[in-house]
Design a protein around this ligand. Structure first.
Ligand code: UD1
Length: 421
C-alpha cells in the first residue's frame, strides 16, 4: 500500500499546468465507440480512471495507441467483445457511459453496473428513463443493465430529467447521436464537460445544439466519422490547486485553465480573502495570509461544484470565523473526510445537508485515510497547510483523478512524497 507523506507549512510558489479534464475524458473516450474508425484524442489525463477505461475498451477489441504523452488514438473499427469486462467496469463510475455508446453504435448493450467512488447512493434511474424514452427495452438485473430495441425501434424523443444529472445527460447524448429523429433533453446538466462532449460529437459529424444550457437538442445523423479533438482543462484539478494555495499560502500561476469555468470557485476564494487574477488561459492566486469565513452551497454548474466541497471545507477550517457549507447534490459526502479533518484539529459540526465549520488557527499533521477522490484531495491540502507530518492513506482514490500530483506539488515547493509501505 502506498501513502502520501506530507511535511506541511510550506507556502506554494511557481506555476502548475492543469491536465485534461477527467470527467470530459471519461465521456469522450467511450464516444469513440460510436464509429468503426479512428479518433485522435489529445490532452487526455494519465490517471487511473482513464487507464481503466482504456483497458475496458481494449478488452472489447478497440485498438489503443499512445503515440505521445496526453495523446490517445482509438480505433474502434472491430469490436470483438461488445460486453465490457464486469470486473473492470466495477472499478469505475463512468463505465456507465459504455451503455449509451454501445446502444448508439449497435442498438443493444449489456453492461455491468458501475463501481467508483461510493460517497453516496448513486442511482442511474434517469439514465434508464432516457434510454427508455429513446425506445430501448431495458432489463435491469441485479448487477447489470441490458438493452435492446423496443417494439417501435430506437428513435429520438423528448426526455425531461427529474434531477439535473451529468451522467444521464451524457448517456442520452451518446445514445441519441445516431438515432433517427430529434432528441430533446430538458433539465440537462450544463457542466463544461457536457459542452466538451457535444463539441467532440459535432466534430465527428453529429448535430447537437444547446449543450451548456438546460435544453440539449440532438438531431440524429446517419453516420459519424473519426476526428481529432483536444479535451478541455480540468476545472476541479485547477480548483484543487487554487484551494491548496488559499489554505497553505503562497503565490501560484495556474496554467492551462478556462477562467470562465473557474468563476464559481474563484469567486468564493476571492470572497474568503485570496487574491485572484484571471488571464486568457491562466489564473494567478496569491494568498494574503488571511481567510475569512463564508457560506457555500454546492449546486450543479454554474453553481459551486460538489467536487470542490471537501477542498473548500479545508479553507473554511482555517478561516477567521464560522462558515456554513451546504451540500445539495450528494448529501452524504461530508462523511468522506470531516472526521479525518477533525483529527487534524478542524472543528466541524454536521447537521443534515449542512456543515458548520468553526475556523481554527491551524491544523496539525496526523495519519488520515482518504475515502473517495475529492476527500483525498482535501486531506492532501490539509496536510500541506498543517504543521508537522501528515500521512494520507488510501491514495488510490486520489490517483483516480490527479495526474502527476506529487510532481506538480513538489515543483511548487511542497514537501510531499509517495511512500510504498
Ligand atoms: C458526475 C461527476 C462527478 C460529480 C457529479 C456531480 C463524472 C464522471 N462524474 O457524476 O464527479 O460529483 O457529476 O457534479 O462526470 N441522480 C439520480 N438519478 C440518476 C442520476 C443522478 O437521482 O439517474 C442524482 C444523484 O444521486 C445526484 C444528482 O442526481 O444527487 C447528480 O448526479 P449526476 O450529475 O448524475 O452525477 P454523476 O454523473 O454520477
Amino acid at each position: 500500500m502506498a501513502i502520501y507523506e506530507i511535511n506541511g507549512g510550506t507556502p506554494l510558489s511557481g506555476s502548475v499546468t492543469i491536465s485534461g479534464a477527467k470527467n470530459a475524458a471519461v465521456a469522450i473516450l467511450p464516444a469513440a465507440l460510436l464509429i468503426p474508425g479512428r479518433c485522435r484524442i489529445e490532452n487526455v489525463p494519465d490517471i487511473s480512471d482513464v487507464r481503466i477505461l482504456l483497458d475496458i475498451m481494449e478488452g472489447m477489441g478497440a485498438k489503443v495507441e499512445k503515440p505521445e504523452p496526453g495523446v490517445v488514438i482509438l480505433d474502434c473499427s472491430i469490436i470483438t467483445q461488445p460486453m465490457p469486462d464486469p470486473a473492470l467496469v466495477k472499478k469505475l463510475r463512468a463505465s456507465y457511459y459504455l451503455m449509451g455508446a454501445l446502444l448508439g453504435r449497435y442498438g443493444r448493450s449489456h453492461v455491468s453496473l458501475p463501481g467508483g467512488c461510493s460517497f453516496a447512493s448513486r442511482p442511474i434511474d434517469q439514465h434508464i428513463k432516457g434510454f427508455k424514452a429513446l425506445g430501448a427495452k431495458v432489463t435491469e438485473g441485479e448487477d447489470f443493465v441490458s438493452m435492446e430495441p423496443g417494439e417501435n425501434g430506437l428513435h429520438g424523443d423528448r426526455v425531461s430529467l427529474d434531477v439535473v444529472s451529468v451522467g444521464a445527460t451524457v448517456n442520452i447524448m451518446l445514445a441519441a447521436a445516431l438515432l433517427p429523429g430529434k432528441t430533446v433533453i430538458e433539465n440537462a446538466a450544463k457542466e463544461p464537460h457536457i459542452v466538451d462532449l457535444a463539441n467532440f460529437l459535432n466534430t465527428m459529424g453529429a448535430n447537437i445544439s444547446g449543450a451548456g444550457t438546460d435544453t440539449v437538442k440532438i438531431w440524429g445523423v446517419e453516420s459519424l466519422q473519426g476526428s481529432t479533438y483536444a479535451i478541455i482543462p480540468d476545472q476541479i484539478e485547477a480548483g484543487t490547486y487554487i484551494a491548496a494555495v488559499a489554505a497553505a499560502g503562497g503565490d501560484v500561476l495556474v496554467k492551462n485553465v478556462i477562467p470562465k469555468h473557474m468563476d464559481c470557485i474563484t469567486s468564493k476564494l476571492a470572497e474568503m480573502g485570496a487574491e485572484i487574477t484571471d488571464y486568457d488561459d491562466a489564473i494567478r492566486i496569491r494568498s494574503t495570509g488571511k481567510l475569512h469565513a463564508t457560506t457555500v452551497k454546492t449546486r450543479p454548474y454554474p453553481g459551486f461544484p460538489t467536487d470542490m466541497q471537501a477542498q473548500i471545507c479545508v479553507c473554511m477550517a482555517l478561516a477567521n470565523g464560522t462558515s456554513r457549507l451546504t451540500e445539495s447534490v450528494y448529501e452524504t459526502r461530508f462523511f468522506g473526510y470531516c472526521t479525518e479533518l477533525e483529527s487534524m484539529g478542524a472543528h466541524i459540526t454536521i447537521d443534515g445537508k449542512t456543515a458548520t465549520v468553526v475556523g481554527m488557527e491551524g491544523l496539525h499533521g496526523v495519519t488520515v485515510r482518504a475515502r473517495d477522490l475529492r476527500a483525498g484531495a482535501a486531506l492532501v491540502i490539509a496536510g500541506l497547510a498543517a504543521s508537522g507530518t501528515t500521512r494520507v492513506e488510501n491514495i488510490h482514490y486520489v490517483e483516480r483523478g490527479y495526474e502527476r500530483l506529487i510532481e506538480k506539488l513538489t515543483a511548487l515547493g511542497a514537501k510531499i512524497r509517495r511512500v510504498e509501505e
